[in-house]
Write a protein that binds this ligand. Structure first.
Ligand SMILES: Nc1ncnc2c1ncn2[C@@H]1O[C@H](COP(=O)(O)OP(=O)(O)OP(=O)(O)O)[C@@H](O)[C@H]1O
Ligand SMILES: [Mg+2]
Length: 507
């Protein structure tokens, strides 16, 4: 094969923040008609490199060429004119505008008599853009903020695909998508490749990358490693390139030993969209909840955490009646929650890391008449950061400056720092790199061993199987009786989620 002439070549890219280098001379070369993965641990610099290509962040130095012609990408308009389209990790949408307005943002709206915006034409065009991804359940007239995180992502992807471009850059597009939605996206990405255009793709899901991508560029310690052809390397090779060591086990060995003491007991619980539900979690137990998307996971979690009113039934916490009127009330009873939408529900982005971690623990921290000094507050945050292997400049760094996966670690760190009685986790390792996952799983196992009851809601089947003592299936708002996780496989879980019995193969 003749060497390709690259669609995009970015060479010797360097970037430092406040004197700390992130990229130390990185090369990234993308061929026409390929899906190219950009990989690396949390904080490796993937989003930074992408923002440089997008004209959002200025590099300290860079040599970029498109179709062999040197270019300088000074702003987002320049990137757009070069035929580059971006779906950033952080949202670039306006939640108060409608779906249709978000899709056509920055473009000419259809107008009547050249004057008034033709809203029905705009909505119809938006519906057509969504159809490309096989989406017909999203009303283009709704304001974007009303949609789930996954649906918002589908809208952003539709907008990026609206007009023909050379290169589509997607920073963790599937982090908020269900399996089915991801599959639809992959079909579109393969079409793009078949038409000779290219995709730069970021994900922490290695199976996804191995199935979809032709090559990878791996960032580590500020430098780039070219993976070569994906077809010629293994999963373990990729992990070694990313973190420089082998990961022996994906899950720490189970050693939680559920005790007799019941931490949470739920009976005949009903709320909007769910119920009646019965459920018991023992001290030291990790109970997994599996289900197809929208089976009632969000409602169940919100009801237990006091964010949604039950319409019937009762709950007890450690034997005492439990009916929290608000998340704060639940927290005060020793119930901690890691939400799936960390930006919306989890973090105060402009505030420093230490405040985000300690804010929720101020009460406990200042008990016993000891004044909470800023020094103690920072020390507490520093300890939590170390346990989570947080990559930040220090406890004083504002959270928005952290990489996406490190923001997730702040939310997790805050929840586990208080040694809660009950810990509710929703998609806890979404966006977290493969090395840090193991650490987080170990922390969860430690907590369980100390008696914390953990409710793990996840769409990541290996995670559910690897971490849970028992798993209960949520289907159409009803919860089946939990079954022991040992001996179950992914196929069994999928069958159970669809309402078929485990172990029976469908043809
Ligand atoms: N505006 C900023 N100010 C200071 N430091 C920053 C800023 N933006 C990013 N950084 C730092 O640059 C490093 C790389 O961050 P980046 O977001 O590129 O990582 P990433 O590879 O995308 O990680 P993730 O997988 O977690 O999304 C991190 O250490 C981060 O804290
Ligand atoms: Mg990132």
């Amino acid at each position: 094969m003749a060497p390709f002439s690259p669609l995009l070549s970015a060479r010797s890219i360097t970037k430092a923040y406040a004197g700390t280098p992130v990229l130390k001379g990185v090369d990234l070369v993308i061929a026409p008609g390929e899906i190219h993965a950009l990989m690396g641990e949390n904080g490796a610099g993937k989003s930074t490199l992408i923002k440089i290509l997008a004209g959002v962040t200025a590099p300290d130095s860079a040599e970029i060429a498109v179709d062999g012609r040197p270019v300088s990408i000074e702003n987002t308009k320049a990137a757009y004119r070069l035929g580059l389209r971006f779906i950033h990790q952080e949202f670039n949408v306006v939640p108060t505008l409608s779906v249709a307005e978000n899709i056509f943002m920055g473009r000419l709206y259809p107008r009547r008599a050249g004057l008034f915006v033709d809203w029905s034409a705009l909505n119809a065009a938006a519906a057509k853009a969504l159809t490309r991804l096989g989406i017909d359940h999203i009303d283009p007239r709704l304001s974007l903020g009303q949609l789930s995180l996954g649906d918002q992502m589908l809208v952003r992807i539709s907008a990026a695909l609206l007009d023909d471009a050379r290169l589509y850059v997607m920073d963790e597009p599937t982090a908020a998508l269900t399996r089915e939605e991801s599959e639809r996206l992959f079909r579109v990405l393969r079409e793009i490749r078949a038409s000779g255009r290219s995709v730069l793709y970021v994900s922490h899901r290695l199976d996804e990358i191995m199935a979809l991508c032709d090559r990878a560029t791996v960032l580590r310690d500020g430098r780039a490693i070219d993976s070569g052809r994906m077809a010629e390397i293994t999963h373990d090779d990729l992990v070694a390139m990313m973190i420089g060591r082998k990961v022996e086990e994906a899950y720490p060995p189970a050693r939680s030993n559920p005790r007799a003491e019941i931490v949470l007991s739920v009976s005949d619980l009903a709320a909007s969209g769910i119920g009646p539900i019965d459920l018991e979690i023992a001290a030291g137990e990790i109970l997994g909840i599996a289900g197809l998307s929208g089976a009632g996971q969000a409602e169940l979690v919100k009801t237990i955490f006091g964010d949604m009113r039950p319409t019937a039934g009762s709950m007890t916490l450690l034997g005492a009646p439990y009916r929290p009127g608000s998340p704060a009330a639940a927290w005060a009873r020793g119930v901690a929650y890691v939400p799936r939408e960390r930006r919306a529900q989890g973090l105060v982005m402009r505030r420093p890391v230490f405040e985000n971690i300690t804010l929720a623990h101020l009460h406990r921290q200042s008990l016993g008449g000891v004044w909470l000094t800023p020094g103690r507050e920072r020390a507490f945050a520093r300890n939590t950061g170390q346990t989570m292997r947080l990559k930040s400049a220090g406890p004083g760094q504002p959270v928005f400056e952290l990489s996406g996966g490190n923001q997730q670690k702040v939310v997790l760190g805050r929840a586990v720092a208080g040694a809660p009685k009950l810990l509710i986790l929703e998609e806890p390792t979404r966006g977290v790199d493969i090395g840090a996952r193991f650490d987080i799983y170990s922390i969860l196992r430690d907590l369980a061993a100390q008696g914390t009851a953990i409710l793990l809601v996840s769409s990541d089947l290996p995670e559910l199987l690897g971490m849970s003592d028992r798993i209960a299936i949520l289907r159409d708002g009803r919860l089946d009786a939990p079954i022991p996780a040992a001996g179950l496989g992914e196929d069994d879980l999928i069958n159970l989620c669809y309402g078929r019995s485990a172990g029976r193969k469908t043809t």
